[in-house]
Design a protein around this ligand. Structure first.
Ligand SMILES: [Cu+2]
Length: 280
């Protein structure tokens, strides 16, 4: 498989990539200036990459492999290579209910290995299929990490609450309202915003659930300066007719029991060009 890394104005994104032994990483320069990709752990070096140029390297050996840009040596990245790669769970589990973990292994078909929970116990046994893929059913009693020997570690969140949320734009403002069931009055709710140029989700505002287990955020939209490389990437995506990324807003609650709940929200979402900023 091929993992994609973007090279922005002054950073690799994401700066850390997790792959299976034998996978290829392809870097694409989305910035206006030239960059390179040079291995520090393994010996490989790209030519100077102009805008939209790509470079690929296949990582065969398990371990952490660091790389950098020789034009801007402060730009660093890392590829972590494993023999067994668990997919990051895309949805949370329910307490005491079976949940299927999936992944790929660089092991012969028919090989078996344990899936270990965070406390070191064996949660399941996986068998590698002919296609190199595997699945394993675990039954979490609570949030836990899972890993296989020589494998990456993933975290499986367990929900004891459901978050429903919606966003609506009113002129220059965005209103996000959310409710949590079963009710958790007084629990803290964190609103996160997906910022493409910062490669992930960032907290934008926080508030407490009211007596009806409901919360409302009022955000002001603001135009921001961005690196030119991001503009280029956005134009490219527009040309393809694809929206960028997923819903840009999520709501995370932290209940009194300390468990976390996260839910993608935004039915009508603010434009990614103008991320909302909290009005505090
Ligand atoms: Cu560079």
């Amino acid at each position: 498989m091929i993992a994609q890394v973007l090279i922005a104005f002054a950073a690799f994104g994401p700066p850390q990539t997790t792959v299976l032994a034998g996978d290829t990483v392809t870097w694409t320069n989305i910035a206006a200036r030239n960059h390179t990709v040079d291995g520090l752990t393994e010996a490989f070096e790209s030519p100077e990459l102009g805008t939209k140029a790509t470079f690929s390297h296949t990582f065969a050996t398990p371990g952490a492999s660091a790389y950098y840009c020789r034009i801007h040596p402060f730009m660093r990245g890392e590829v972590d290579v494993f023999r067994v790669l668990l997919d990051t769970p895309s949805t949370p589990a329910g307490t005491g209910r079976p949940y299927t973990l999936r992944g790929r292994a660089a092991l012969p078909a028919g090989s078996t290995f344990p899936i270990l929970a965070g406390d070191g116990s064996t949660a399941a046994t996986a068998t590698v299929g002919a296609d190199g893929e595997f699945s394993a059913s675990v039954t979490p009693a609570g949030a836990s990490t899972y890993h296989a020997p020589e494998g990456n570690t993933v975290r499986l969140d367990v929900l004891d609450r459901r978050v429903s949320a919606a966003a609506a734009r009113h002129g220059s403002r965005v209103a996000v309202s959310a409710s949590v069931a079963p009710a958790a009055p007084g629990a803290t709710v964190v609103l996160q915003i997906k910022l493409k140029e910062r490669f992930g989700w960032w907290p934008a505002a926080q508030a407490k659930l009211d007596a009806q287990s409901h919360v409302r955020f009022n955000l002001r939209r603001r135009r921001r300066d961005r690196p030119r490389g991001d503009d280029a990437a956005r134009r490219r995506d527009r040309a393809r007719g694809q929206p960028r990324g997923q819903d840009p807003i999520s709501v995370l609650t932290s209940s009194s029991s300390g468990k976390n709940v996260r839910s993608s929200a935004a039915r009508r979402k603010p434009t990614p060009e103008e991320p909302p900023v909290p009005r505090l």
